[in-house]
Ligand binder design. Structure first.
Ligand SMILES: [Zn+2]
Length: 349
């Protein structure tokens, strides 16, 4: 059997080994994809540093795009948009593959279905592999959400679709309408900047960013922010707050800037942290709503790819990938990303 390379992560920093692994032909409904580009998401970095526990050994990387290499005999020949897919097409796929008959899938929450398969998060074994972006191939399972991506979208930008962009599309969906709203984006990392671009495209009346880092504040203007503040200087009254930093103090402080009837959408806090200190009385008297979102659903994913196809050249998404590495230097990519904290480190496969 043909072999190909996969970056096998064991547990903790410095435990990634590039290994030759047997590469099976796709079976049944599987589709085999030659991975093209993977960006390191902050959850990859938290797993690498040990702040997050995943099954191991594993193949990390879930912000990924690739080129269709071959189809299993029963594999679908259309993507989630109904477009015909062929060998050689650029595609991306949702981070989860969920059983469609699960009640959570039926309720529009496929990311919480039982029996979910999660790319970049599964245990690598001889019987089950090729499920992470930091490898030469991915074998897409049945029930994966696959979308063709126009080849005009640069590979590093296409890679952002299935985690950062789809998550922020989901955040805007649960905000119920951006047109004419005054928006605060808390945190100008990748999620925050993508959020600015989405809010701009969706017709927000104004976009304000709260972010401690000066470079990130400057970047946010290029993604549509009208006003930028260091968090301690923040002022204003906002209809919507998108909290992307996940810092408890940011969630607490930005709630105080919500106007009457405002909504806070929290997407950043996906790691263990202290409990929050909130005033229930203020929440009630000001008619506030707080909503959380983890990952995204099928419609969000479709919209994310459509957004990048339409707007990839209107916002400088490529600048988010601050340094690029080949797969053979994947450990250096993680070391760079954890020490320098770029928006994204990219791995060209
Ligand atoms: Zn991610």
């Amino acid at each position: 059997m043909k072999k190909a390379k996969a970056a096998i992560f064991d547990a903790g920093p410095g435990t990634i080994r590039l290994q030759s692994v047997e590469l099976p032909h796709p079976q049944g409904k599987e589709i085999r994809v030659k991975n093209a580009y993977t960006t390191l998401c902050s959850s990859d970095l938290k797993t690498y540093s040990g702040d997050r526990k995943e099954a191991n050994p594993t193949i990390l990387g879930h912000e990924v795009c690739g080129i269709i290499d071959s189809f299993g005999p029963d594999a679908p020949r259309q993507d989630e948009n109904g477009q015909v897919i062929n060998q050689g097409d650029l595609v991306t796929w949702a981070v989860f593959a969920s059983p469609k008959d699960d009640p959570q899938s039926g309720a529009g929450r496929p990311q919480k279905a039982k029996g979910l398969f999660k790319y970049g998060h599964e245990r690598h074994t001889s019987a089950c592999s090729w499920h992470g972006g930091l490898a030469e191939y991915t074998i897409l399972r049945p029930d994966s959400l696959v979308l063709k991506v126009k080849k005009e979208v640069p590979l590093p930008v296409a890679a952002l679709a299935n985690c950062a962009v789809a998550t922020m599309v989901g955040a805007l969906r649960i905000a119920d309408g951006l047109m004419g709203r005054h928006v605060l984006v808390s945190g100008a990392g990748t999620l925050g900047l993508v959020g600015c671009a989405l809010c701009k495209a969706a017709g927000a009346a104004s976009i304000t960013v709260a972010e401690p880092d000066e470079h990130r504040r400057a970047m946010s203007r290029q993604f549509g922010a009208d006003k930028v503040f260091a968090p301690e200087q923040l002022s204003g009254a906002f209809d919507l707050v998108f909290e992307t930093s996940g810092m408890p103090s940011s969630m607490e402080n930005t709630l105080e800037t919500l106007a009457i009837g405002g909504k806070a959408i929290w997407v950043g806090a996906v790691f263990p942290q202290r409990k929050l200190n909130l005033s229930a009385e203020q929440l009630i008297r000001k008619l506030h709503t707080i909503k959380g979102l983890h990952n995204y659903n099928r419609a969000d994913f479709i919209q994310a790819v459509g957004f990048l196809e339409q707007f990839h050249s209107q916002f400088p998404f490529e600048k988010l990938i601050q340094r690029e590495f080949p797969l053979s230097e994947v450990t250096q990519a993680f070391e760079y990303a954890t020490s320098e904290k770029p928006f994204r480190a990219g791995v060209r496969i």
